[in-house]
Design a protein around this ligand. Structure first.
Ligand SMILES: Cc1cc2nc3c(=O)[nH]c(=O)nc-3n(C[C@H](O)[C@H](O)[C@H](O)COP(=O)(O)OP(=O)(O)OC[C@H]3O[C@@H](n4cnc5c(N)ncnc54)[C@H](O)[C@@H]3O)c2cc1C
Length: 285
């Protein structure tokens, strides 16, 4: 493993100065659960890493009028146990965090690292897509917000520009009565990326329910399944559920990798979508 310099700045000014060091490959670092294996295996060769965990506000979880603000360096284990994240409104994120990795990994891995790695299988992504979160990005020129659906550009590609950091996500408070479920299929119960991950969410709307469905690990980025959502919005009897799972099947375009073939993923996405939808139905009054 090639050595690199490590810095842990306590101000954003210092972080942006380091990120702009000339002639150096500089990478942000949070929990290091992706970064260190990638450096060890020489896929990434940073000269300098900038640890974001000392920056103001990035380890905080706070409720604001805009919704729940979760700092980029909040660890998955914190999300699993945090009372606000576990409240009925945002519990889907706690479920996704609990499904991620194993206890050792969750004790280091952060929400920001999970999003910035931009794996199509990132467990937090389907939950944040259905919760319609915005990511907060900061650079030397200022701060901007991007809907999570526009943050993922492809495998390991995000809307972050060079020198920018993810500082957190803002998750609007979903309507009263919202329920959600995250269902993950993986090779092992713990410590493995999803073969398929599905988040489903429903809330009371116009005398019925409005649905959101997001799929992970079955396309170059985590995606919403709008046709499936429209089907469920019109009703959720058996025929509608069956059609929605067919829509989820049609929405995905997976690849073969070491975890599963594309064919297996396609076959499983309908089943996992069904489990997620039924999981939501069980929680509805
Ligand atoms: C054994 C094991 C099991 C795993 N299981 C799962 C799993 O089940 N589900 C899953 O989704 N993932 C899994 N992972 C992958 C990984 O743990 C997660 O993606 C984790 O959330 C990454 O967060 P981190 O804080 O460790 O990121 P880091 O490794 O520190 O960083 C990851 C990437 O994000 C960048 N980055 C980090 N923070 C910021 C920021 N604030 N701004 C800009 N860029 C930033 C880094 O430069 C790097 O490119 C697993 C990993 C291991 C080793």
């Amino acid at each position: 493993m090639r050595p690199f310099d490590y810095y842990r700045p306590e101000t954003f000014e210092e972080a942006f100065r380091l990120l702009a060091l000339p002639d150096k490959k500089v990478m942000p670092l949070a929990g290091a659960t992706d970064l260190i294996p990638m450096v060890r295996d020489e896929h990434w060769q940073p000269d300098v890493v900038v640890d974001v965990k000392g920056l103001p506000g990035v380890c905080d979880v706070v409720e604001t009028p805009e919704g729940l603000v979760v700092g980029a360096a909040v660890r998955m284990a914190d999300l699993v146990h945090h009372p606000l994240v576990n409240s009925p409104r945002w519990n889907l994120l706690a479920q996704a965090a609990a499904a991620m990795g194993n206890e050792q990994v969750r004790n280091r891995a952060t929400l920001g690292g999970n999003l910035c790695t931009a794996s199509p299988a990132a467990d937090s992504a389907p939950a944040l897509l259905t919760l319609e979160a915005n990511v907060v990005i900061r650079g030397a020129a200022g701060e901007r917000r991007v809907p999570i659906a526009e943050f993922f550009l492809g495998p390991r590609k995000t809307a972050l520009q060079k020198g920018e950091l993810l500082v957190g996500v803002i998750i609007p408070a979903p309507p009263e009565g919202t329920v959600g479920t995250y269902v993950k299929l993986s090779r092992r119960k713990a410590g493995d990326l999803a073969i398929v991950g599905v988040a489903a969410l429903a809330y009371p709307h116009n005398g019925g329910y409005s649905w959101r469905l997001a799929l992970g690990a079955v396309a170059p980025t985590p995606i919403r399944a709008p046709e499936a959502e429209a089907t469920l919005n019109a009703g959720h009897d058996e025929a509608a559920i069956e059609h929605a799972t067919k829509c989820a099947f049609d929405a995905c375009c997976p690849i073969d990798d070491i975890r599963a073939s594309a064919e297996y993923r396609k076959a499983m996405v309908s089943r996992i979508a069904r489990r997620a939808i039924e999981g939501v139905l069980e929680k509805l009054p």
